[in-house]
Every structure is written in structure tokens, then in C-alpha cells.
Design a protein around this ligand. Structure first.
Ligand code: FAD
Ligand code: S2G
Ligand code: ZN
Length: 472
């Protein structure tokens, strides 16, 4: 990197704001899984929006590419620089202020580097709820959640970050600051600009703060773990839950036996609620802001009807918060557990809920025909039609041999997804891992429109190059 640019960065940020020590740099230059590596001369750590604006203005004038980074828990390599050593990583980990909570408006205004769990706790302290919830919530940041339009386990009731965001503050690639920090529930004055930045994965500017919508705190909860014969039973069960409990459904996660087997094998403290083999499991949760809402009875009604219709092989209703946590640990442990089984080839897809059974059958058959013995870890937010199809190698297969077939196996999953009118990225985004294949699954006119937006905001192409949009 040009020594003059380095000098200017030090002038803007001071010693606390520039990371140059190779040992300290390392954590910024590889993703959470170690699947992507890059290099950078330094990492900039601005302390406020003004410094972000100065940095982007400098980089814009000097033609330096910028890679925004939050908690670096993204699963598509979107926050990792390339190997040229010319890109500047801009970390938001000093943008950590909670600028305010407004109980009347039910909003919280936070800076991009605030960790999701901290926002959940601040909302809780105000007697309210920020419902975004995902396995990385102890490390991921609100800026990353916005940039990836994060989903997680509560989307079935509260939506993704698109539905949870009322306003954003963004530093544009040329260094201008757009203060769109409005908490209005209604603002019908033209294009919804904030939605362009939500899901932009660092390619249109740096999100520096946001106004987030809060919801009433939950005072009643009922959680069940059920064993099912197949995904069709899960789809039928969702219908019963929705007909009986309506918007009180706040979580519905489906897991294959393989998923749970890995967790029981590798995550200490987890135990199988049934102690007998079943092909599929689901975790369902009802919740309500009303204290003493009759959710246990509602859940009993749901399970009773499901048993009558022979949808369930077994069921357990959690009796208290310890067991609720134990059931969620079975679900949330899948990602980490799978890492102990060699490379995990991740596919985060959505299909219409109605076709999930046919999709799973067709995709499993196609994968097994492609690689006999492959282990298929199917799980996720089935209430949104979102499944994680994460593949582990057949026992005895060499890691590199398995990795060498990643593109071929991804094609099998994505072609099947497209065949069922689905999307090849439900919640993790495109990053660098899906930027080339997206051209095969997204209509050319959509890619043209996206390129037009990129050209408008970042004509020099300095914001997170090599991510999201395919070459061309
Ligand atoms: P990073 O990884 O730092 O960055 C992600 C992308 O956003 C990059 O392209 C980066 O350039 C960009 N970016 C980051 N900050 C900014 C900013 N301030 N302005 C502009 N661009 C920015 N995701 C889900 O949606 N649902 C899940 O259920 C889920 N579960 C997970 C479980 C585990 C165990 C792990 C490790 C990850 C999981 N994720 C999940 C993925 C990940 O946590 C989310 O994508 C999260 O939103 C990323 O936040 P981050 O702060 O770590 O972003
Ligand atoms: C989840 C993320 C992890 C993975 O657990 O819901 O979004 O491994 C996933 O795919
Ligand atoms: Zn997920």
C-alpha cells in the first residue's frame, strides 16, 4: 500500500486505529471457518462515522479498495480481502456505541460495530425485544447483520433484518455521509434507499449506524422437540401450528438424524431427548408477550392433533428454561459439530415450504448418485422454507479429494433448488463463494439492474471488489 496512504491513515486514526502487527492482522485476514484467506498491509479501525468518512474519501481519491468487516462470522468470504495486499480492511469493531433506546417509538439506535447479543441485552434492559437470533450472535455485528440481511431462527415470526430496520447511516464510497437514521414506521417519499444497503455485503458503502425496530418482550414460552418420519410430516405440522397458534409461532427448526448425530457426538453436554433412533426431528417454539398466556395448552392441542394424524413418532415438551436451552443447544450445535467431521460444504437454500419434501428427496438422491456415501446434514429454518444443506465427506475419503468436488456438489444442490423455484442463498448472501454461480441462477435483467446500482454508488469499483456481483 502506498506509504503516503499509510501515513494519512495514521494521521486520521492515530495508533489505536491502525493494526499493522502481523500477529494481530491474522484474525482479520481469514473467515470464521478458515475457508478464505487474504492479505492486507493494515486494518483500519475508525472510532466514529467521521473517521470512516475520512478513510473512504482518502481511498476514493487514491484508488484503494476497501473491505468492510464486522464480526467476521460471515459464511461466504465476504469480509476477507483478496491476496493482492492492496486492499484496506475497514473494521467496525470500534463503532460500538448504543446511541439511544426509545421506548415510545420502540426503537434502538446502534452503531455498526455493536455485537448482536449486546443489542438483544440492551433491548431486554429496556423491557423490550430485539428478535434477531442466530448462532453467531455473540460475535456478529449489527453492521454485518444489515450487510448480509441476516435471518436466523426467529424469521418465521419477525422477518429478516429488512423487516427489523427503520433507518441507516451510511458512508458512501466517495466519503459522503448519508444520515438516514429515521425511526419512522411510515415514510413514503420515494425509493426505499436503506433497503439497497441491506444485503449489499459491503459493496455499496459502509453502514455506520442503524435504527432498529424493537418488539414487546416475551413473557410466555412453550417449546417442544418432536421426532418425525419425514419432511412431509414437518410441513403438515407447521400447518397445524399456524392454524392453532397463529403468530405465536416464533421458531420452527427441522433437523435430519445426521445433523443431531454429529451434535451428540461432538458437543459436550448434549443428550438425545428420546434415546431411540428417528430419521427427522423438529424444534418448535410458541411465545407471547402476555404473561401466563396458555401456550402449554396450545402446544398440547397442536401435538395432540399431530399424533392423531400420525405425523409424530415421539414428542417432548420442555419443562422450564433449562430444558428449553438444552433443546436449542441440540439445534445450535450443528454448525460447530460438523466442523469436527472434516470439510463442511455449506449450501444455504430456500424453496417454497410446500415442495420441501420433494426437494429433499430429489436432492438427496442426486447427491448420493454423485458421491456414494456422502453424509448430508440437512437442517434449518424450515418455517421460512430455508434449509442448510451442509455436506460432509464419505467416511475414509481424503479431505482434499472431497474439497476438490465442492463445485460439482454445489451444482447438484443449486440445480435442484432452481428446479423447485428456490433461491441458492437464503440468508448468508453471496460474498465470494457464490458470486460466479449466481449468474446461472439469477435472470440477466436482475444482474443488469444490480450492476447499474453498483455503478451509481461505486463507479470506481472500490467497495469490496470480487464480492456479490459476477465478473463481466
Ligand atoms: P462479517 O462477516 O464481518 O461481514 C459480512 C459481510 O458484510 C461482508 O461482505 C462485509 O464486507 C459486510 N459488512 C460487515 N460490516 C459491514 C458494514 N458495517 N457496512 C457494510 N458492509 C459490512 N447467518 C444468518 O443469516 N442466519 C443464521 O442462522 C446464521 N447462523 C450462523 C451460525 C454460525 C455458527 C456462524 C459462524 C454464522 C452464522 N451466520 C448466520 C452467518 C453470519 O453470522 C451472518 O452473516 C452475520 O450477519 C455476519 O455478521 P458479521 O458482523 O460477522 O459480518
Ligand atoms: C444456521 C449457519 C451455520 C451453517 O446454523 O442456521 O445459518 O453452518 C446457519 O450453515
Ligand atoms: Zn441459518
Amino acid at each position: 500500500m502506498d506509504p503516503d496512504v499509510l501515513r494519512r491513515l495514521h494521521d486520521i486514526l492515530g495508533p489505536a486505529g491502525v493494526v499493522a502487527d502481523p500477529d494481530l492482522l491474522r484474525g482479520y485476514l481469514s473467515d470464521w471457518r478458515g475457508a478464505y484467506q487474504g492479505t492486507a498491509a493494515v486494518v483500519a479501525r475508525p472510532a466514529d462515522t467521521g473517521q470512516v468518512a475520512e478513510i473512504l474519501g482518502l481511498c476514493h481519491r487514491r484508488g484503494v479498495a476497501v473491505v468492510p468487516q464486522g464480526g467476521n462470522t460471515g459464511l461466504c468470504g465476504g469480509a476477507v480481502p483478496d491476496r493482492s495486499g492492496t486492499q484496506l480492511v475497514l473494521s467496525t469493531n470500534r463503532l460500538r456505541r448504543i446511541r439511544g433506546v426509545d421506548r415510545a417509538d420502540q426503537t434502538i439506535t446502534v452503531e455498526a460495530g455493536v455485537v448482536l447479543q449486546t443489542v438483544q441485552e440492551a433491548a431486554d434492559a429496556a423491557g423490550l425485544l430485539f428478535p434477531l437470533s442466530l448462532g453467531a450472535e455473540g460475535s456478529c455485528t449489527i453492521g454485518g447483520n444489515l450487510a448480509t440481511n441476516a435471518g436466523g431462527t426467529a424469521v418465521v415470526r419477525y422477518g429478516t433484518m429488512r423487516e427489523l430496520t427503520l433507518g441507516v447511516e451510511v458512508v458512501l464510497p466517495d466519503g459522503r455521509i448519508w444520515n438516514g437514521l429515521r425511526g419512522l414506521r411510515k415514510d413514503n417519499t420515494g425509493y426505499d434507499l436503506k433497503q439497497l444497503f441491506i444485503g449489499s455485503e459491503g459493496t455499496l458503502g459502509v453502514i455506520t449506524a442503524a435504527v432498529l425496530a424493537l418488539h414487546p418482550a416475551i413473557r410466555s414460552r412453550a417449546t417442544a422437540w418432536v421426532a418425525l418420519s419425514d419432511p412431509q410430516a414437518a410441513v403438515d405440522l407447521i400447518e397445524i401450528v399456524r392454524a392453532t397458534a397463529g403468530s405465536r409461532l416464533s421458531g420452527f427448526e427441522l433437523m435430519s438424524a445426521q445433523s443431531v448425530e454429529f451434535v451428540l457426538r461432538h458437543v459436550s453436554g448434549t443428550r438425545d431427548p428420546f434415546g431411540s433412533a428417528h430419521p427427522w426431528f423438529a424444534l418448535l417454539e410458541l411465545s407471547d408477550p402476555m404473561a401466563d398466556a396458555p401456550l402449554a395448552q396450545t402446544l398440547e392441542t397442536v401435538l395432540g392433533e399431530a399424533f392423531e394424524r400420525e405425523l409424530l413418532r415421539d414428542a417432548v415438551v420442555a419443562d422450564g428454561s433449562t430444558q428449553v436451552a438444552a433443546l436449542w443447544a441440540l439445534r445450535e450445535g450443528i454448525s460447530e459439530a460438523q466442523n469436527h467431521e472434516g470439510p463442511s460444504l455449506k449450501h444455504d437454500i430456500t424453496v417454497p415450504i410446500s415442495v420441501i419434501p420433494a426437494f429433499v428427496a430429489a436432492t438427496d438422491d442426486a447427491l448420493r448418485a454423485t458421491m456414494p456415501g456422502i453424509r448430508i446434514v440437512t437442517y434449518g429454518h424450515v418455517g421460512d422454507g430455508n434449509l442448510h444443506y451442509n455436506l460432509s465427506k464419505p467416511p475414509g475419503t481424503d479431505d482434499e479429494v472431497f474439497r476438490s468436488r465442492a463445485a460439482e456438489l454445489a451444482r447438484v444442490v443449486y440445480d435442484s433448488t432452481a428446479g423447485f423455484a428456490g433461491s441458492i442463498s437464503a440468508e448468508h448472501g453471496l460474498g465470494q463463494s457464490k458470486r460466479e454461480v449466481i449468474a446461472d441462477y439469477k435472470p440477466a435483467v436482475e444482474l443488469d439492474l444490480m450492476r447499474g446500482i453498483k455503478q451509481l454508488f461505486d463507479p470506481a469499483g472500490l467497495m469490496n471488489p470480487g464480492k456479490v456481483l459476477p465478473e463481466g
